[in-house]
Design a binder for this molecule. Structure first.
Ligand code: G3P
Length: 283
């Protein structure tokens, strides 16, 4: 069902198994799904509801369990709870637990110093990880360095392009820049384009060579129409004059990960938003 010329893995970005079913029926295939606390908060079953911490974890486990059964050959990303004060050890405890929920998990850790410490250990333990809230090339280089030795497919890197666009920077440039930087490496980190807002993002990310893209159901639906018209290879370069280009930086991949600059305002804000959405369900 998947066009043979399409080598990019196509994921759904959703916390709702009903959408997984719809995506499967619309596209005829799905290579994976990404979830996060905000997407769980958008699941219609959480509307107007409050959970205890344990009930919420059980709910999340139930959701990813259903998704996992629908796409057993795919990858399902499950995100740890983390706020600015969460230590690597606390993330690891969650990651190890979530990894037992389903056989096809990628554990999402934030691309912060504590998240990278947790990821480094997780990878050594054989877990699969998806480093989230990536907004800079330096962060991508740090992820590469922290996970060296991982097998192909074990590490995903999720740059959030829409949130860069939202503040006037061309998020797609970050994808191209990271792909270019990773060309000097061994290919153990797969670039997963996230925070996708439009079918133009979808088409362009595939064109620039992202390994994976995760998109909301709405975008997958529109994109399916493009595939049906055999248009998915047509260039849709985003030349929005309102978006400031993000320049490529010459960054080597061979430093210890702790020496890269991990700071980014949007990573901090993203952590806050995920934590707030999760905590908003607890009462
Ligand atoms: O995959 C990440 C995504 O869920 C974040 O998207 O639209 O909140 O920036 P958005």
């Amino acid at each position: 069902m998947k066009p043979s010329s399409l080598t990019t893995k196509i994921f759904l970005d959703s916390g709702d198994p009903a959408e997984t079913k719809q995506a499967l029926s619309i596209l005829g295939f799905l290579d994976g799904q990404t979830t996060n606390p905000s997407l769980i908060a958008k699941n219609p079953q959480t509307a107007g509801k409050k959970f205890s911490k344990q009930e919420l974890l059980d709910f999340y486990k139930g959701i990813v369990g259903q998704v996992s059964v629908l796409i057993p050959q795919g990858s399902v990303s499950v995100e740890v709870y983390a706020d600015a004060s969460t230590k690597a050890e606390e993330m690891l405890v969650q990651g190890r637990e979530f990894n037992k929920w389903i056989p096809n998990a990628h554990i999402k850790y934030p691309t912060t110093s504590e998240g990278l410490k947790a990821a480094e250990i997780s990878v050594k333990e054989g877990m699969r990880v998806n480093m989230t809230l990536v907004f800079s090339q330096e962060q991508a280089a740090a992820v590469y360095a922290a996970t060296k030795g991982a097998k192909k497919g074990q590490v995903f890197l999720s740059p959030f392009i829409g949130r860069l666009d939202d503040r006037g920077e061309n998020g797609m440039d970050l994808i191209s820049n990271i792909i270019k930087m990773y060309k000097a490496g061994d290919g153990h980190v797969e670039v997963l384009t996230a925070s996708v807002r439009s079918v133009e993002h979808q088409v362009r990310a595939i064109e620039v060579g992202t390994d994976i893209i995760t998109s909301p159901l709405r975008v997958l639906k529109e994109w399916k129409e493009e595939i049906s018209n055999d248009k998915f290879q047509i260039s849709n370069e985003i030349k929005n004059p309102n978006l400031k280009p993000i320049q490529y930086q010459e960054i080597g991949l061979d430093k210890p990960w702790q020496e890269y600059n991990l700071a980014h305002e949007l990573t901090d804000k993203g952590l806050e938003r995920f934590a707030a959405d999760w905590n908003g369900l607890i009462g």
